[in-house]
Design a protein around this ligand. Structure first.
Ligand code: UDP
Length: 239
């Protein structure tokens, strides 16, 4: 199964992939490897938007589970995504890839605010645009932020690079017989509560007809293979 021709993509990376083999935080060597993959994708002529989660540093739900106020904890999570965005910007620029970080929570000393038309110009000029701080509101995730930016930037696909190589009918970590889908519909993902992205992100992609491609970013060269329609992946689409 391959994707329709894509010119502009949004690549969503879970924060945890920035940890490399660590248990927490950012492994600069692994971020440098990820940046090489992004650079290679860009060099195929694609326009690349990036969204990076914050789970390697802080998740609001985890804070709330330990008694914190959920909204307060979520703001901390959003700030974690800005740190990850800056780490990726640094790694990309060390490879000579021009980037801009746009944050949904304004912090003009370190990055730009999210301005769609300005982001358009950056992409036209060949820059990678990294969108940070999700949608800028608590009770959301960076998956929803990714779907929102993919819709407003009119991306042809949302690529979700994570630790798992696709979408399974049950959790492959617990069920050795779990089967990976080649393709699966948005409606099935939502009805069966399959672990892809949160429901609001999936619904936003469905309503805007943005295919979601789930693949493992941990294997070297996988992003390029997925973009070439090869490699192991699951595509979430209408039918
Ligand atoms: N977050 C939020 N609103 C957003 C995006 C993120 O409140 O629009 C917070 C939320 O607490 C979340 C954390 O930021 O747990 C880190 O993001 P996420 O869990 O999506 O990161 P990932 O799982 O992709 O690493």
């Amino acid at each position: 199964m391959s994707l329709p021709t894509i010119k502009r993509v949004l690549l969503k990376l879970s924060g945890e992939v920035l940890m490399g083999n660590q248990q927490f935080g950012i492994d600069p060597e692994f971020v440098a490897e990820l940046a090489k993959e992004v650079k290679a994708a860009k060099e195929t002529g694609l326009e690349v938007c990036l969204v990076i989660g914050g789970g390697n540093i802080f998740r609001g739900m985890a804070g709330a589970a330990k008694g914190m106020d959920r909204a307060q904890a979520d703001y901390m999570g959003m700030l974690a995504t800005v740190m990850n965005a800056l780490a990726m910007q640094n790694a990309l620029e060390q490879l000579g890839v021009q980037t801009r970080v746009q944050s949904a929570i304004e912090m003009d000393k370190v990055c730009e605010p999210v301005i769609r038309r300005r982001a358009e110009r950056h992409l036209e000029k060949g820059r990678v645009v990294i969108f940070a701080a999700g949608v800028g509101a608590p009770y959301f995730t960076t998956d929803s932020g990714a779907a929102l930016r993919a819709a407003e930037m009119k991306c042809d696909a949302l690529l979700k690079g994570t630790s798992v190589d696709g979408v399974y009918d049950s959790d492959p970590k617990h069920n050795p017989d779990a089967v990976r889908f080649e393709t699966v519909t948005y409606d099935r993902v939502l009805a069966d509560n399959l672990k892809v992205m949160d429901a609001s992100a999936v619904a936003l992609c469905r309503d805007n007809k943005i295919p979601i491609v789930v693949f493992s970013i941990r294997e070297k060269g996988n992003l390029a293979r997925v973009l070439a329609g090869e490699g192991v992946q699951t595509i979430v689409q209408s039918s």
